[in-house]
Design a protein around this ligand. Structure first.
Ligand SMILES: [Zn+2]
Length: 298
């Protein structure tokens, strides 16, 4: 039996059968709370096989299966985004620098976000399940926890900020992971989550073709279901950002890293339009499906 990880209900309805990958899967939604998830999940062994070296380098044989872009190939772009991200975190912590503050990035891959955290004074730790990714962290002398908040314990009352950037959707038991994260944060600590908003019109309109339906994504949230899960865990003062907590400029710099010919600059029009469209939202309604939430432990 696979119960809903948000409300515990065992009643779900089939939303979509996703057949565009080598490994097809089914997407259900909880009849009680609306949380969306893969059902049944892939086995742990199958899931583990997703995160080999090929996942990170983008050379996976089922090319449509993952959207991970290797941050090492676009250093300037990722630096622009991550620098803004860390500055925004400092603002939220009401601190001029990260000195004497502990920062944990879960699902950190090669540590690009932590590199920027380190530059702004944070004491940084990265957590990842991939040996391949962690070897790179070792080279950058970043503290490492190998594993995932689902299977590993986290140090209690240790971190001032914990980030889950496009990670929570990969977890089988996000609820129990959030509990460990909550206990691992200090009082007034900040959790930052980026994931897709399934209530956004972008996701609803695309239906089963929504690009976020991927073999590695086991849970799909909306503002409503993520709020419920965070508040049930004890998090308070939730702040949602659409499409993300930083502005347009770092995004344009990041996208430029993938441009190969002058006409690629036309893509900026689409990115600018998407960014502006994302600003149209009210309550649980949003036009696009990108969101970031800041949640606090009081
Ligand atoms: Zn539910």
């Amino acid at each position: 039996m696979q119960n809903c990880d948000n409300c515990g209900s065992d009643k779900s309805k089939l939303l979509y059968s996703i057949n565009r990958f080598k490994k097809p899967f089914k997407i259900h939604s909880c009849r009680k709370c609306g949380l969306i998830f893969m059902k049944p999940f892939f086995s742990n062994k199958e899931i583990e096989s997703f995160y080999k070296k090929e996942y990170f380098t983008g050379n996976i044989d089922d090319t449509k299966a993952f959207t991970y872009t290797d941050e090492r190939k676009n250093k300037k772009g990722f630096t622009a985004v991550n620098k803004k991200r860390v500055k925004k975190i400092l603002e939220a912590l009401d601190s001029p620098s990260g000195k004497r503050k502990n920062f944990l990035d879960i699902g950190c891959s090669f540590g690009a976000l932590l590199d920027e955290g380190k530059k702004l004074g944070f004491s940084v730790t990265g957590m990842d399940i991939s040996d391949y990714a962690l070897a790179e962290l070792k080279r950058n002398s970043i503290n490492i926890i190998k594993g995932s908040p689902e299977t590993n314990d986290l140090p209690v009352n240790k971190f001032d900020v914990i980030t889950l950037i496009e990670v929570i959707e990969h977890l089988k038991k996000p609820g129990s992971a959030l509990k460990k994260i909550f206990h691992s944060l200090k009082k007034n600590g900040l959790l930052v989550i980026q994931t897709a908003n399934m209530d956004g019109r972008q996701a609803k309109k695309a239906g089963k073709n929504y690009h976020y339906f991927l073999p590695g994504h086991l849970h799909y949230f909306s503002r409503k279901t993520l709020t419920e899960m965070l508040e049930n865990t004890g998090f308070e003062n939730l702040e949602f950002y659409y499409p993300c907590e930083f502005g347009l400029i770092p995004k344009l710099i990041k996208s430029k890293g993938d441009f190969k010919k002058p006409s690629d600059y036309l893509k900026w029009i689409r990115i600018i339009f998407y960014h502006l469209k994302s600003k149209i939202h009210t309550g649980n309604f949003a036009l696009t499906s990108a969101m970031v939430v800041y949640a606090r432990k009081r």
